[in-house]
Design a protein around this ligand. Structure first.
Ligand code: PXP
Length: 243
């Protein structure tokens, strides 16, 4: 299991004042010291948190791996191909959303085609490409059809589930993970995972990578980032022993 820490919200605090602190580049160092296997950032078209300068410097300084989340727009794709992070995750992006709201709409023909082209562009630049999708059969099949190396299953609905729907959301993620694996696709997961809800997801055996951001950055205000990352890594490790 790889544990990637998303540091977008370090940049959110900086951008609240349009200043130069806190610096996500320094945050990445602390996340790595806390046990992160990689650093995830989302360079949004509107640059609301992470800036080009951040990705550029992270590419120079991160000692693990960078996973760049991006929408399939020509501008951001060109930057990704120039920077060549180890991994890129294609995500849908809407201007007005507070955070990514759902997976890529791969069941729509036009979206599938544009996602396939973006995927090819990333792969031909030597970047491992992952697709952020909802945990449903049709999306996984579509990801396989366009040759995705990996999918990141959206855990947002699980995170928002009620006591009555939680078990079904876990089963849905389990079924989706098994199908992706059967089709030869690596399985990642993320969105809305917290110290309280991560364990059932970390113990799904097919899931090999988790991307977690907000909950860790929120806790870090009280504990410091290195400790917040270390605490999450410990919970994931313990859950994994039960996988
Ligand atoms: N994975 C993807 C594709 C995301 O867009 C995000 C949010 O930027 C995350 C994981 C992390 O979600 P959270 O901040 O809720 O942990």
């Amino acid at each position: 299991m790889r544990f990637y820490v998303n540091i977008d919200h370090i940049a959110t605090v900086r951008q609240a004042r349009m200043t130069d602190e806190p610096d996500p580049v320094r945050a990445a160092v602390l996340a790595e010291l806390g046990g992160a296997d990689g650093i995830t950032v989302h360079l949004r078209e509107d640059r609301r948190h992470i800036l080009d300068r951040d990705v550029h410097l992270l590419m120079e300084t991160v000692r693990t791996n960078v996973n760049l989340e991006l929408a399939a727009t020509s501008e951001i794709l060109a930057l990704a191909c120039e920077w060549r992070p180890m991994q890129a995750t294609l995500v849908p992006e809407k201007r007005e959303e507070v955070t990514t709201e759902g997976g890529l709409a791969l069941t729509e023909a036009a979206h599938l085609e544009s996602t396939g082209k973006a995927l090819d562009q990333l792969v031909s630049s030597g970047i491992r490409a992952s697709l952020f999708i909802d945990p449903d059969e049709a999306s996984i099949q579509a990801a396989a059809d366009i040759g995705a190396d990996a999918v990141e299953l959206h855990t947002g609905e699980y995170a928002n589930a009620t006591t009555a729907t939680r078990a079904e959301e876990i089963s849905r993620l389990r079924r989706a993970s098994a199908l992706a694996k059967e089709l030869g696709i690596s399985v990642h997961a993320g969105h809305g995972l917290t110290y309280e809800n991560v364990s059932p997801i970390a113990s799904i055996p097919e899931i090999e990578e988790l991307n977690i951001g907000h909950s860790i950055v929120a806790r870090s205000v009280f504990t410091g980032l290195e400790r917040a990352v270390r605490d999450m890594a410990k919970i994931i490790r313990q859950a994994r022993l039960k996988a």
